[in-house]
Design a protein around this ligand. Structure first.
Ligand code: PMP
Length: 406
């Protein structure tokens, strides 16, 4: 049974007033709130278990190591990776994408090509531009149409023996568009030997992920967008690929033997986990997965889709409100502007006065904003704890903003 009040009761932070109004938190694509179960696990780690992992023979160190490795196995199951050592702890999607683009440096040469899409977050653009600068490779960008849908004919045209990387997100953070990654992967495999990278920052919180079925080479996501603490994230990579590629950071944990003459590297996953990890956060990420599993991924998805449907319908009844992105292809996000209101942040400020938290601006996706010839949008994004009543408050706030600003 999906009991929204019971779910909300697990998020103490929601039970507060902001600017004298009950908090309506609709900025979940930026970061989600954390259930008490996750906070308790995190707190328990620091009150009972805190010790550095993998290094100590003392009891706390061993217990902390066991807990973190247990969490790794939960994540392995969550994304259906073949092996737990294919799951690398990072501090988020940004680090994951930078790591991949760095370790691929030696695999690219001048005039090779990297394909991304117009719908990417800056963190799936800039690391590839840096890789292009290092190697002389070129970036090719799959365009979108007016509905925000990727124009896959261009992918067919772009793919060649020069293509060394294809990196796209599964869900766009700015528009909520769900991209056909299965089709993109199939086309890429059929026409090139490229490494395939999926940015799952906005899909992992909402969808069931199966990296083996997807057959991507890498899959990255952030814990903080899926009910886990900030500073947590995952890089999944196929065993044979991670074994073949060089390390990213050098330091403690990642060596087999270190000498001044020659250093050899530890096996997976430690080769990619230099330095002391975010042990408490990584353990709490496992607790966030427990939370998601307990509520049920299908329940979460159904609820969020119903919220999206309801929000979109009501918002579109407002004269002069434009929603960006084709609804049939979206999840969890509604991104919009009011005609005649030039600055989305003005709408955001009025909503904030009413206790409604949304994001405004370019959402780290300036190319999408340029495409639509706008500076930004107002973005409401949903999580499992949002209610229909909260959408009513959003809509009421948007109407008020329109009255005040136009
Ligand atoms: N990709 C997408 C699609 C995102 O939504 C985000 C976060 N907004 C990122 C990458 C970067 O994630 P993080 O800031 O957690 O590293």
């Amino acid at each position: 049974m999906f009991d929204i009040q019971e779910i909300r009761s697990q998020f103490s932070i929601l039970n507060q007033e902001v600017n004298g109004k009950p908090l309506v938190y609709l900025d979940n694509a930026a970061t989600s709130q954390k259930p008490n179960s996750v906070l308790e696990v995190w707190n328990q780690y620091y009150t009972e278990l805190n010790a550095n992992v993998h290094r100590g023979i003392h009891t706390l160190s061993q217990l902390a190591t066991e807990e973190m490795e247990l969490s790794r196995r939960k994540i392995q199951k969550f994304i259906n990776a073949k092996n737990d050592f294919e799951v690398i702890f990072t501090k988020g999607t940004t680090e994951g994408l930078n790591l991949i683009s760095y370790i691929l440096t030696q695999k690219l040469k001048k005039d090779d090509e990297i394909i991304i899409s117009y719908l990417e977050h800056h963190s799936n653009i800039v690391p590839w531009q840096l890789l292009c600068e290092r190697t002389g490779a070129k970036l090719r960008v799959i365009p979108i149409d007016e509905s925000g849908i990727l124009q896959l004919d261009y992918l067919d045209e772009f793919l060649s023996e020069k293509t060394k990387v294809v990196s796209v997100n599964q869900v766009s953070n700015a528009l909520g568009i769900v991209n056909p990654v299965e089709e993109i992967i199939a086309k890429t495999r059929a026409n090139s030997d490229a490494y395939i990278v999926i940015d799952g920052a906005q899909s992992a919180p909402h969808f069931t992920i199966d990296v083996q079925k997807l057959d991507c080479d890498f899959f990255v996501f952030s814990g903080h967008k899926m009910y886990a603490p900030m500073g947590t994230g995952i890089l999944y990579g196929k065993q044979e690929i991670l074994e073949d590629l060089p390390p990213f950071h050098g330091g403690g944990e990642m060596i087999a033997v270190c000498s001044f003459d020659a250093t050899t590297y530890a096996g997976l996953p430690f080769k990619y986990e230099a330095g002391t990890p975010n042990v408490g956060g990584n353990i709490a990420l496992g607790a966030a997965i427990d939370f998601i599993k307990k509520v049920g991924q299908e329940n979460i998805q159904n609820h969020e889709n119903a919220l999206l449907e309801y929000a979109q319908k009501q918002l579109l009844e407002i004269d002069g409100l434009k929603v960006y992105g084709e609804k049939a292809h979206r999840t969890g996000v509604v991104s919009f502007n009011l005609e005649g209101v030039g600055i989305s942040s003005d709408v955001g400020m009025i909503l904030d006065k009413m206790g409604v938290a949304v994001r405004t601006g370019h959402h780290c996706t300036q190319p999408i904003m340029d495409f639509f010839n706008i500076a930004g949008t107002v973005r409401a994004s949903f999580a499992v704890y949002n209610t229909f009543n909260e959408i009513d408050l959003l809509v009421e706030g948007v109407k008020k903003a329109q009255r005040m600003l136009s």
